[in-house]
Unconditional design. Structure first.
Lengths: 112, 112
């Protein structure tokens, strides 16, 4: 399985866009990029996933580089409630959920 | 509302005692999972089940046991053989393809 590299922590001002990077240089052609987040003392929450096209939903946008070796999760207008650990995961589509490997992630602190 | 319910929220274990953590889902998901999370770290897979009456060991199954007698329920027993049980335990479920995992709110287990 491909591995991901994320910065351990980031700060963002409230109301500004939060851009969370993820490197996955060994990603395979059939592997999707997933993002989850975990607010303190809660279970992780699915945010978004994509293969090679940019994706957007009500929570965030996912930008994947053309070579697919890195991606960026964008929270367009960060709020204090977005303070959480963000996990970037790569996994083949159609594989069972046990193939989702949650590493240490990025701690995002949104400050007023 | 559909979701996953974990209970209790907090649990204390005495030396040599087995304790059971409850996980119930009403999402009609076939697959269920148990993860362990230690402070400041990612999630590690303990056990998973893709169908009733069947389950597989994850990365850290030693000292734990599970059962899957009903689709809705996947209880985890932390046995006395688990010498370092203090951790945050998370239950999750997904469809068979596991595209999105849905997590419960977790159980914090501590040793007295």
């Amino acid at each position: 399985d491909a591995k991901t590299t994320q910065p351990p922590s980031m700060d963002c001002a409230e109301g500004r866009a939060a851009n969370l990077p993820c490197n996955h240089s060994t990603i395979s052609g059939n592997e999707y990029v997933y993002w989850y987040r975990q607010i303190h003392s809660q279970g992780p929450q699915y945010i978004i996933h994509g293969l090679k096209n940019n994706e957007t939903n009500e929570m965030a946008s996912l930008i994947i580089t053309e070579d697919r070796k890195s991606s960026t999760l964008i929270l367009p207008h960060a709020t204090l409630r977005d303070t959480a650990v963000y996990y970037c995961i790569v996994r083949p589509q159609g594989e069972y959920g046990n193939k989702l490997v949650f590493g240490a992630g990025t701690i995002l602190r949104v400050k007023s | 509302d559909g979701g996953i319910t974990q209970s209790p929220k907090y649990l204390f274990r005495k030396e040599g005692q087995n304790v059971t953590l409850s996980c119930e889902q009403n999402l009609n998901h076939d697959a269920m999972y148990w993860y362990r999370q230690d402070p400041g770290q990612g999630l590690r897979l303990i056990y998973y089940s893709q169908i009733v009456n069947d389950f597989q060991k994850g990365d850290i199954a030693e000292g734990y046991s599970v059962s899957r007698e009903k689709k809705e329920s996947f209880p985890l027993t932390v046995t006395s053989a688990q010498k370092n049980p203090t951790a945050f335990y998370l239950c999750a479920s997904s469809t068979v393809t596991g595209e999105k995992l849905f997590f419960g709110s977790g159980t914090q287990l501590s040793v007295l």
